[in-house]
Write a protein that binds this ligand. Structure first.
Ligand code: BJW
Ligand code: ZN
Length: 300
């Protein structure tokens, strides 16, 4: 269609009710109302670093201590966050419809904690709570679902400075999830960590461990990719594609919407920002606002 996408819930719900094969692409905006920052735009800075610059093998190679501080902070935040009504609505849709799959770019563990069935949730960019041997000469060791916080004592958040009572209160308001000083703030000093203080590979006893996430330039997990390929190469049409809280700038994730279109899918975008609804006029529906408010309303 060359017109603007629809915004009315009724026509969407009507299509949802006759849809069987449904795909959702999930991004950081899904977890925004749980208090977790997105990558691009406001909140995309950690200390003075662009979060997307930290999400690279080069950043880890150059300063594994800084990289671990960044991921340790995000592990702490994610563990203290709660799934929101959007995570719950998607989990509910999954339980109702075995032909629905969600392709999540998020690594925060909130969809699994919302009860989204694991076989209907493909974690494209890995998981914050998996760790694996750092791959330069890595031994292949990996471990899943390590929820320890901090993962090693040296990564404990420094205590809040009692001298700055007012500042601490302001920080607490900004990050209600945080216990300890907010090390995402450049004004809070962080210790310089030695490699021996960081998580060590228990198998080769030689390399550091790294978070089990997918950095730029790395390939997506093979098992995930083969499941996604199987879903898309199934000869049956795809009825509906939901694009939720993502700027859709990172590939291959961003390419799935067009693949779904070629398989017949009608596309609904849910985003706070109209400017991030990619190729807006190609979409069938656009719902502007907080996913945690919109999804419970439209996924009935
Ligand atoms: C709300 C909201 C609310 C806010 N309600 N909405 C083709 C062309 C060009 C380049 C490439 C290409 N293919 C591959 C590449 C290279 C690269 C790439 O895509 N680069 C682009 C930048 C161009 N891709 C890769 O390297 C991928 N690997 C790969 O392709 O392997 C094969 C290969 C290897 C070598 C060479 C070439 C190919 C891997 C990509 C891995 C991405 N990893 C990260 C970090 C994960 C770990 C971590 O979290 O630290 O994944 S980057 C980061 O971006 C993270 C996210 O999952 C991902 C997507 O971000 P997302 O979720 O969209 O967040 P935002 O912040 O961008 O958007 C939030 C949205 O929510 C906004 O729209 C808001 O408006 C909205 N919002 N609040 C609703 N309440
Ligand atoms: Zn190892």
């Amino acid at each position: 269609a060359n017109e603007m996408p629809l915004t009315d819930v009724a026509s969407f719900v009507q299509h949802l009710q006759v849809s069987r094969r449904i795909v959702a692409l999930l991004g950081a905006g899904l977890s925004a109302s749980s208090g977790l920052p997105t990558f691009r735009g406001a909140g995309g800075l950690w200390r003075t670093f662009d979060a997307t610059m930290l999400a690279t093998p080069e950043a880890f190679r150059q300063d594994p201590g800084l990289s671990w501080q960044f991921y340790s902070y995000r592990r702490h935040m994610a563990l203290n966050a709660k799934p929101n009504r959007a995570h719950l609505a998607l989990a509910e849709l999954a339980r109702r419809n075995p032909d629905f799959i969600a392709l999540s770019q998020n690594i925060d563990g909130l969809s699994p904690r919302a009860g989204h069935p694991a076989n209907q949730l493909k974690l494209l960019h890995g998981n914050l709570f998996d760790v694996k041997c750092w791959d330069e000469g890595g031994c292949g060791y990996s471990r899943k679902n390590d929820f320890s916080d901090p993962i090693v004592p040296a990564l404990a958040l420094p205590a809040e400075n009692p001298d700055s009572e007012l500042k601490a209160a302001a920080e607490r308001k900004k990050h209600a999830l945080l216990r300890g000083a907010d090390i995402s703030d450049i004004n809070v000093d962080i210790p310089e960590l030695k490699p021996e203080d960081l998580p060590q590979c228990p198998s080769c006893k030689k390399n550091l461990l790294r978070p089990g996430v997918v950095w730029f330039g790395e390939s997506l997990p093979e098992d995930v990719m083969s499941d996604v390929d199987a879903y898309f190469s199934n000869r049956q049409k795809i009825d509906l594609m939901l694009v939720i809280g993502t700027s859709a700038k990172v590939y291959p994730a961003a390419g799935y919407t067009n693949i779904a279109r070629t398989k017949g899918a009608r596309v609904a975008v849910i985003n706070m920002d109209r400017g991030d609804a990619r190729e807006l006029t190609k979409n069938d529906w656009f719902f502007e606002g907080d996913a945690a408010v919109i999804l419970p309303d439209i996924l009935k």
